[in-house]
Ligand binder design. Structure first.
Ligand SMILES: Cc1cc2nc3c(=O)[nH]c(=O)nc-3n(C[C@H](O)[C@H](O)[C@H](O)COP(=O)(O)OP(=O)(O)OC[C@H]3O[C@@H](n4cnc5c(N)ncnc54)[C@H](O)[C@@H]3O)c2cc1C
Length: 467
């Protein structure tokens, strides 16, 4: 038999339009390997760990059981697999987050030392991070010039595999084995908080991704006008699939091609994911540092009261119904609607005066679609420390946002049980309505939003003041 190649699956858990797999399998039999890396799993909250297990099960099934799962440091595992099988090539879809880039460079050296080549054959983006340029030839700092350049570089179409892979199997662990390693690096900050309860998921794996995409395409024309309304399911909910690569953005963009304005809006939202991948590629330090470095000087609260407020926010007990509904959706589903992510993030930073990194950590822990680039830069955009051109002054008023985007209270009542029978607009008001009308059991507002908005702007003025 010919020498096999290793297809090292990471964030590309699919078989269609799989260019790394094509490169691995076009001329050789192939070992499909997924490495349970204890370092990555330690930071993986329980909801995402469950999601990954069901996704790996689906991938293994689509490979007729041939997926090989091993646990350990990737360099060590790969050398072991290459020695066992005689493989001299390991093929990957490139990773662009700081940990993944450093890991791949290390693994490349370790493999080279035993005569094995690491081949980078694709990326998890439609356009490779680092490609887009402004008219002046520099990496774009804001979205519009990025989008122009991204569109102009031409998104390639999907490509079927030239032939079915000839799988080679080796001994393997079960996907459930990852639970032994997941969640070990739970931050101290989360003491006293319950994790998301999400353990059952619809539409998982590659087949589930296509079912979801096809269902979304039947209503893509309502996306433009409806994507900000959390009460109705009008967005695609494809983010977990793009996160784990059960769909590639090339496939999504090709399927959603259309001349309607709505399809255009959808395309540009997918491009936000590409933009943040590009920003993190150029500024890896921005994963945990303000992109606008002066904003590191913004005063944030610390100490017991700050921690108490953080916990109230994370539990969905702030007394601001839209914020609480969002945070409870996150706990129930491991997912939250984009408009509400912005409102919740803004509330943490601009009404509670907490460090955006606290909130970003909680989101990364809870979200099944947690993605370092989109999450950290979604947070930085909202916190006014990142790529937004008109940053800190925009303070989302949580009540006005609820009145505008959830006017009938459908979303708020769905997730906040104490408000389930309270009519709109009362259910959208702080505390679920004032005085005697306040519903039993629902918290009074944690802070006075108007007062804290002024406080936030005063702190921002300190950053801006000449020193
Ligand atoms: C504070 C904050 C944190 C976020 N954290 C994450 C995260 O960890 N992972 C993640 O995938 N997205 C994150 N987002 C972006 C966005 O909220 C989600 O991608 C979106 O809600 C997913 O739902 P959907 O698939 O129905 O989106 P749709 O509206 O259907 O959009 C389609 C796809 O486009 C991409 N997309 C859409 N909006 C954005 C955006 N604003 N930024 C980046 N990509 C976008 C996503 O891949 C999404 O699946 C965050 C946003 C904010 C404000």
């Amino acid at each position: 038999m010919k020498t096999p190649a290793v297809m090292w699956f990471r964030r590309d858990l699919r078989l269609s339009d799989q260019r790394a797999l094509e490169a691995a399998s076009a001329t050789s039999p192939v070992i499909g390997l997924f490495v349970l890396d204890p370092v990555l799993l330690a930071g993986c909250g329980p909801a995402r760990a469950h999601y990954l297990v069901v996704t790996l099960r689906a991938l293994r099934e689509s490979m007729n059981g041939a997926l090989v799962l091993r646990v350990g440091g990737p360099g060590e595992v790969l050398r072991e697999v290459c020695r066992e099988s005689g493989a001299t090539r390991v093929v990957i879809t490139e990773d662009f987050a700081p940990y993944g880039r450093a890991r791949d460079e290390r693994v490349e050296e370790e493999l080279a030392s035993i005569g094995v080549e690491l081949v980078r054959a694709d990326t998890p983006y439609a356009v490779r991070p680092g490609t887009a340029r402004t008219a002046a030839g520099t990496p774009p700092k804001v979205f519009t010039p990025f989008f122009r350049s991204w569109e102009a570089s031409g998104v390639p179409g999907p490509q079927p595999l030239s032939s079915d892979p000839q799988w080679v199997t080796l001994s393997s662990l079960e996907p459930e084995h990852l639970f032994d390693y997941a969640g070990r690096a739970r931050p101290e900050l989360f003491a006293g908080l319950e994790d998301p309860r999400a353990t059952t998921f619809e539409d998982v794996g590659e087949a589930g991704a296509w079912a979801r995409l096809e269902e979304f395409l039947t209503r893509v024309d309502r996306y433009g006008e409806g994507r900000n309304q959390p009460g109705e399911e009008l967005t695609s909910r494809l983010s977990p699939h793009l996160r784990f690569g059960t769909l590639h953005p090339r496939q999504v963009l090709a399927a959603a091609q259309g001349s309607s304005a709505s399809a255009g809006v959808f395309r540009s939202e997918v491009a936000w994911r590409e933009f943040y991948g590009d920003v993190l590629f150029h500024h890896p330090e921005s994963a945990w540092r303000a992109l606008q470095t002066s904003m590191e000087r913004l005063r944030v609260d610390e100490g017991p009261l700050a921690h108490e407020r953080f916990r109230a926010w994370a539990r969905g007990e702030t007394g601001y119904p839209l914020v609480d509904a969002g945070m409870r959706q996150l706990l129930a589903e491991g997912w939250m609607h984009n408009r509400v992510r912005m409102v919740c993030a803004s509330f943490l930073v601009k009404h509670l005066h907490l460090d955006w990194r606290w909130g970003a950590r909680w989101f990364l822990w809870c979200l099944i679609d947690a993605d370092l680039a989109s999450n950290q830069h979604g947070w930085q955009w909202t916190a006014g420390t990142g790529t937004d051109a008109a940053p800190f002054h925009r303070v989302f008023n949580p009540t006005l946002q609820a009145e505008r985007f959830d006017p009938d209270g459908v979303y708020v009542r769905r997730y906040v049980a104490e408000l389930a029978t309270v009519p709109s607009p009362q259910c959208l008001q702080p505390g679920g309505g004032a005085g005697l009308l306040a519903p039993a059991g629902y918290p009074a507002p944690l802070v006075d939003a108007a007062r804290e908005r002024d406080e936030a702007l005063a702190r921002f003025a300190e950053v801006r003041a000449p020193r």
